[in-house]
Design a protein around this ligand. Structure first.
Ligand SMILES: [Zn+2]
Length: 276
């Protein structure tokens, strides 16, 4: 039933969109187009301190300039509205309550410093430090400052076949630890929000950067715990600059905004991508 495929673009308006992100979105759009599927735009604006209305309107403008066309989104509506995550808090809260009622989460009052101090080996890589489970057995009085962590099944191998990167296996408790699903500032975590939304919006394939492969293992545990069907995953290789450094928002020169101001035509870039 390829005609029912649904893909998504899920930018976070914490700055101007950069070229690396645009390339991942381009692949998402191509994959949706190839299957005559629906493409949705979801505004991941849960970081209330960093997401601004200016960045949100710039994001939509830059995406359109680049040649993105979505069928549903915050600007055009659709059957699964709202498409701004900041307007979907009750939906996330309901999912969190399911996890809590099933005893799958527990409150944690550790700071990042506490976690790093409790770890024997310093953390390497760019994923979050593996939580040592300090609060698993701790009894915590009702505390509005606590975050809530999902208890991972220690030792269980989480496997999936990625559409771009092939078979993947991550071991719970070893490659990643108990992760936050509800933040101490009373907002859902990225992990919970993205799972709830992709399921609620009926997305059939999630296209995103390869830096999120490990998060997919976490999210598969949430899909299972919430008894909802997981989509297929396609994790694209990340773009790097000439010196091999991953493109990120700090590469100001490579924001779509800057490229546009320099008179770069988007077709020139996408033609390059199509030929590699
Ligand atoms: Zn803790």
């Amino acid at each position: 039933m390829s005609t029912l495929s649904r893909g998504r673009l899920a930018p976070s308006p914490t700055g101007y969109l950069h070229l690396g992100r645009a390339r991942t979105f381009w692949i998402a759009q191509q994959r949706a187009t190839q299957t005559k599927g629906t493409l949705i735009l979801r505004n991941e604006d849960l970081d209330r301190a960093r997401c601004t209305p200016e960045f949100t309107s710039a994001m939509i403008e830059d995406l359109r300039w680049f040649g993105f066309h979505w069928h549903e989104g915050p600007d055009c509506g659709g059957p699964f509205a709202p498409y701004n995550q900041s307007e979907r808090i009750p939906i996330y809260r309901a999912a969190f309550e399911i996890l809590r009622n099933r005893g799958l989460v527990y409150p944690c009052t550790c700071s990042r410093k506490d976690i790093l101090q409790a770890l024997q080996a310093p953390h390497a890589g760019d994923d979050e430090p593996i939580y040592p489970g300090t609060c698993r057995q701790r009894v915590i009085a009702q505390n509005s400052r606590a975050s809530w962590r999902f208890r991972v099944p220690d030792g269980e191998a989480i496997s999936f076949v990625d559409g771009a990167q092939g078979p993947q296996t991550f071991v719970a408790g070893k490659d990643f630890g108990d992760f936050v699903v509800w933040r101490h500032d009373d907002f859902p975590s990225y992990q919970l929000a993205v799972v709830v939304d992709d399921a609620a919006m009926g997305n059939t394939e999630v296209v995103r950067g390869a830096d999120l492969l490990l998060s997919t293992a976490r999210q598969l545990l949430l899909y299972r715990a919430l008894e909802i069907k997981a989509p297929a995953f396609f994790h694209c290789d990340l773009m790097t600059d000439e010196s091999g450094v991953r493109l990120a928002k700090r590469h100001e020169a490579l924001s779509l905004r800057t490229l546009r101001a320099q008179g770069v035509h988007p077709r020139r870039l996408t033609n390059e991508w199509n030929s590699t």
